[in-house]
Design a protein around this ligand. Structure first.
Ligand code: PHB
Length: 404
């Protein structure tokens, strides 16, 4: 039998039935209090990530990074053992509410860690708010999650779509680019990243020639690449990620445009993708909250441990998973592993200062990271640090009603 979906149905059903029994016999439950900690019950973390599709590697690396951090703490955070259940969200927004309800309602997870895709994340945030379930977003940048939809129990260890792309506008203008074509997938992340880039670029004095887009997760780029060749802009700004980014960069080079029209983008264009892109990615400049050669002890230790565990080079997705576990550790340390002291745990998480492989990491009132955004260039198969494009960049958290 194939287990493409790792949640085991019989166990889930049994747990669900037990849960229902506990509700109908509440008095009995009251007479025999069995707090989770006294039983040594593990904290149940639900991973809702893409384990298939164009973002499959991204989801796997988030998962690997998180588990690696926990393993290195001996399997416990703040003295509490951690166990996992996982669901493949396939980067499909239409299945997201059901998948989330399954983790929260049937699997009774203590918190959810997910996801990569902004549209899926929006649905997750809604369920997390409705059910008061703590959520750590280890990638998806959808601005609203730490904007109008912010909540004290919702955190992000990645970035907002605005945060990583707005600094690129000035970088490109300062490099002498006066006009640009944008190209991306037509969905929340693509639209918000392009908007943020345009905000920075036009404010610096640049002009947008044309915005190009195709539906997620399509990879038939040829017609759009031909359009870029016809328009002959000074530069191109792109957001693609995972398998789509690999193909876009290769198609761009195959058309010869890498020699005539410099390609820039959000760092996802070249992060975790370089082994597959090879020399076609050389010279691409991107902005991101990470670079492979950040020379700090936390990054060196992380890269070494990740390589030892997986045999692969760590990337931003693995860092974000690792830091999601580091953030949870802060909450559990503050309550000595007692997740029922939720308010205290989440307050400690909001105040956390993490020595991340990406550099110093703290959180704003909306739970979004405050972090450096780096300009990187692909050289010798690595995203090498060029400069700091923005120091301690803070997302404005527009629409978030939590006070500082
Ligand atoms: C997103 O949908 O927010 C997203 C997906 C993949 C990335 C970055 C952002 O690499």
């Amino acid at each position: 039998m194939s287990h493409s979906n790792p949640i085991s149905v019989p166990t889930s059903r049994r747990r669900f039935l037990l849960g229902a029994a506990a509700i109908t016999t509440g008095a009995a439950a009251f007479r025999f209090p069995t707090p989770a900690i006294a039983q040594g019950a593990p904290l149940k973390v639900g991973f809702m990530l893409p384990y298939s599709g164009t973002f499959a590697k991204l989801g796997k690396f988030v998962d690997d990074g998180f588990r690696l951090y926990v393993e290195r703490q001996g399997g416990s955070l703040g003295g509490r053992r951690i166990e996992f259940v996982q669901v493949d969200d396939e980067s499909k927004p239409e299945s997201a509410t059901d998948n989330m309800n399954r983790l929260v309602g049937r699997e009774k997870v203590d918190l959810v860690v997910g996801t990569v895709h902004s549209g899926v994340a929006m649905a997750m945030v809604k369920v997390a708010r409705d059910t008061n379930t703590p959520l750590i977003i280890p990638n998806a940048g959808v601005n609203e999650a730490t904007g109008p939809m912010c909540a004290p129990h919702i955190f992000r260890t990645s970035f907002s779509n605005w945060q990583v792309c707005q600094p690129m506008g000035k970088v490109m203008f300062d490099e002498g680019r006066r006009n640009a074509v944008t190209i991306t997938w037509r969905y929340a992340a693509g639209a918000q990243m392009v908007d943020a880039f345009k905000e920075g670029f036009t404010r610096a004095g640049g002009a947008i020639v044309e915005d190009l887009a195709l539906p997620f997760p399509e990879v038939e780029f040829q017609a759009l690449i031909t359009r870029i060749a016809t328009l002959k802009p000074d530069s191109v700004f792109a957001f693609f990620a995972g398998g789509g980014a690999v193909k876009f960069v290769k198609d761009y080079a195959a058309a010869g445009l890498n020699r005539t029209i410099p390609l820039y983008g959000a760092g996802f264009l070249t992060d975790g993708t370089l082994p597959a892109q090879g020399a076609d990615a050389n010279g691409i400049k991107t902005t991101l909250h990470y670079a492979d050669n950040l020379d700090n002890p936390a990054n060196r230790a992380f890269l070494e441990a990740f390589k030892a565990k997986t045999g692969q080079d760590g990337d931003i997705y693995a860092v974000q998973g690792w830091d999601a576990a580091a953030l949870l550790a802060e909450g559990l340390k503050a309550t000595k592993g007692d997740w029922s002291a939720r308010t205290q745990a989440t307050a400690a998480m909001r105040a956390a200062r993490i020595d991340s492989p990406r550099g110093p990491l703290s959180f704003n009132r909306a739970g979004n990271p405050v972090q450096n955004v780096y300009l990187r260039e692909v050289r010798n198969g690595r995203n090498e640090l060029v400069s700091i494009a923005g120091q301690a960049v803070d997302d404005p958290a527009r629409g978030c009603r939590i006070q500082a």
